[in-house]
Structure formats: structure tokens, C-alpha cells
Design a protein around this ligand. Sequence first.
Ligand code: HEM
Length: 508
Amino acid sequence: MNNLFSSVFDTVEKGVPTNVRVLLNDVYVITGAENISTIFRNEAYSFPSDVSPITSLRNIFALPKPALKVYIADTSGIKREPAPWSDVKPHRRIRLLTFKATASALSGTGLDQINQRFTLNLADLIHKTGCTPEWTELPDLCQFVRTPVFQAAVNSMFGPHLLSLSPNLAHDFWEMDQRVQQLLICFPSWMIPEASKARQRCLEAMKKWHTFAIEHRDDNKGREESSYEPLQGSVYIQQMMKHFSAMEEMTLDAKASNSLGMLFAMIGSSMPAINWSLLEIFQSPTLLARVRSEVATTILPPLTTTSPSTPEFDLSRLLKLPLLQSIYTEILRLHVAVFHIRSVRHSDFHLGDWLLREGSKILISSRPAHLDPSAFNTGTAEAPHPIHEFWADRFLVPASSTPGNQELKFSLAGCNGNWIPYGGGQRICPGRHFAKAEIFLGIAFFVTVFDIELQVPKGWKAEEDGGRLGMGSLNIKGEVPIRVRRRRSGRESSVIEGNQEERGAEAK
Ligand code: HEM
């Protein structure tokens, strides 16, 4: 599969829409920043985003057929006014309803709330990792990092009951995630028993949780669906459950598939991005020192925090740190490989000098766009930074032209249509702001609280696992052994030392 797609893109001339046959379908492959931006700008009606979500819901998340038909039947689009050719009833406009629910949960006050919950959850779970100031050897960096991050994210979106009812969900989810391409291609279950069984266990966990929420719901309580509540979690879940209750096709199985889809979207791509960032940072002592000192400027004074020995960060300042922004942008550029598949609808479409025929499919891949050396800073002749290699400073530019001023600022100028990890236009990923917070906080907590040393042979280079190709961030291939210890520096050491002094005083 991975080779199939790389050979497709190898044959395409940049900027020229090229018609190729992919898995028995005629597809226009679209490349070039201008073409990509034009497609994203015209998504509302010319390129409704039907192919990718419907395929994912059916193949990956096993949405039952009657529920799938509700999605297929909804041709109304995501604008407030339904598309002129659509007669779908307002309560069955599943795309608009989903769009609104994600917007409520992942922008404005919904975003502030989920960011805050994630921060507090992660601080608490980092505090409980059991890591001491003594070095401990662990088999895998990614496993160490994802245990608290997964739980913090899941509890922020779904509330605490999902994981307390199904403590193995994390294990089952990552088993499924690792094999997600097998599910997407829709091999029969007997050919992919591990992937199918892992998905089944995840769906069972979702059903158990939905059943629990229904059984324990207090219908007498005036329910607002405007803020988080522990039973159903975020506004997204609450609003979707309300909409689903008006559609008989949305059975318990359908709700489980939908929730599993949200879980996959929420953590599947953010997690590898945190892992790659930490891998790069902990591999370079110079970069680690720069990141630590930048992040330290956003640590809140002890009085405002809830966890005694774990720092908390001023998130709005953290998100604006130039070096951290550059690392984040570089990691998504290098390791997100997403396909946007669309169909040309309702009329032929003129894309520059080219005509895309109505009914045909189009494919945009982030990878050629992200690896286009003409679109990104590749250093100088004396200090080159090839496009395939990680360079933490790729998106840093002088903050001012005043001679002698060394200050750097973050800039994505000139990358429009080339830096597209989240897609673009109307269907741009609605979770991108939360994803950014997850990644920044993940980096900030781990570099501040832990010393991590990779236990890999000299000259070792991490490779990508192609298992999620086309669906978001790619994972690090294999395990990365580490040794880890809790740091005794800065805020942490002052808290620990303070506690020791107190204990000493008590003993006397
Ligand atoms: C680095 C992390 C992430 C990446 C790279 C990413 C990327 C994407 C992309 C490329 C799409 C498809 C856009 C399209 O159809 O063209 C998408 C859709 C979506 N994402 Fe994300 N995403 C990330 C994190 C998140 C998070 C954290 C959430 C939720 C909390 C989320 C929720 C969603 C949802 C609900 C959709 C479907 C939207 C729709 O069908 O209209 N994503 N994401």
C-alpha cells in the first residue's frame, strides 16, 4: 500500500493535475500549493468531503449500514443554508450537526474548557507515573509517554467513566491503531484477526460506557449540553447523543462507532507528534537545553497549581513560544502523511487551465507538499538543512531587522498550500487547536519533569512506521528503549526540598 502510493506520486508532475488509476478508481492527483488552496477554498459545494469520512466510518469504525445511509443521504453540506439540491430534514443533517458539535467542543469556551481539563489531568497523571530521581530503564519511549497522555485526553473528552469501566481500552486502542490500514482496506476479519478483535473490544468498551451513561442519567436535572459533565464528558458527546436520539438508525452500535471515530481523531495523530518531538529534543542536549529554558518562562508560580510536585504552565504563553512552535510545525511537516480524497460534484470544475470532470475523484496528499524544498527554508549553502531532515529552527526568522538584534520569531509565511497537516478550507480539522495544546503540553511536561536518555546504538536513526499512511501522523517504527528519572531542578526540586525540610522539622 505504502509503495503503491509513493509510486503514484512519483509519476506526477508538480502542479499538473494527473489522472491515475488507484485501487480500480480513476483519480486526479492534485499537487502544487495554488491548486491545493483552490480545492480547499471550493470545498463547500464543488468537493463535498464525502469519500474520506464515509469510508472511515464504514471500514475502520464498523458503523452499521442503516446509520451509514444517514451519512450518505445527507447531501446538504455544512453551511447553515442547505445546498439547493438537498431535501434532507433539518434533524437529519448529520454533517452540519456534527460540525456544530465539534465546533462547540473544540473552539471558543469549549476549547478553553477541554484545554484546562487536559492540563489538569496530565499534571495529575505525570505526578503519578511512579518515576523517582533514580534512573529506571524502560523498554519504550512511546509507551512511557502515551500512558498518561492517552488517559488525560480521553478523560477530558469522554469523562472518567469510559476508562474506569474499561481499563484495557488504551491497550486495545493502540492495537487497533497500529493495524488501522488493514481495517481501512477492508480485508475480511479472518485475514486480520488481531485488528478486528482489537476494534471489537474498543467498540464493546464504548457500548458499555454509553449504556452506563444512559442508566445513570438524571433526567430531572435541567441538562444544558453547554459544558462538560462527568457522565458523557464534553459538549461534543452530549450534543451528538441528543441528535442521535432523534434518529432511529443511531443505535447503541452506531453510537459506539461514532465515539470510536472521535477517539481515533482525537489522539491517533497527536500522540505520534508528541513522541517524535520528544525523541528529537531528548536526542540533542543543545536543543533540550533551549526548549527547557523557553518552556520554563511559562511555568506558573506554585500557589496557582493543584498538584504538589508537578509544574503547571501558562498555556496561552506556552502556545506562542517561537522555538516550540517551530518544532511543532516541523514535526507535523515531516511526519503527517494524510490523504484528502474528494469527489467533483454537481458540475465540471476549472482548476487553472485544467478541467476536472464531474463525478471524478481527486486526491491530495500532504507528503509531496510537505517535502517540497522550494516551499520551505532549507538553510544556506554553508549550513544546509535538507527537506527530509528534522531542523528545529526551520520556521524561525529574525524578529526585527535592527542590526545586532538576535531575537527570533516563528513564521509560516509563504507556506500556504504547502503546510497542510490539518487540511484546509471549510473541512479543516476542527480539533487542530486542541491538538496543538495536547502536543505543546505533552512536550512541556515531559522536558520539565523528566530526564530521558535514549538507550540506542550509536548512529541509530528512527524510522517511520507506514501503518497509518494517509490517515494522519505516522508512528515511530519499533520500540525506543530509554532510561528515565524525575528531575530535581527548578520548581520541582524546590517543592521536593521544601517537603523534605517540613518532614525533617516534623521528625524533630
Ligand atoms: C496532529 C493532530 C491532528 C491532525 C494531523 C489532524 C488532521 C486531520 C485531518 C487532515 C482531517 C481531515 C480533514 C479533511 O477532511 O480534509 C481531520 C478531521 C478531523 N479531525 Fe483532526 N487532526 C488532528 C487532531 C485532532 C484532534 C485532537 C481532534 C479532536 C479533539 C480532531 C478531530 C477531528 C474531527 C472530528 C475530524 C472530522 C471532521 C469532519 O469530518 O468534518 N483532530 N483531522
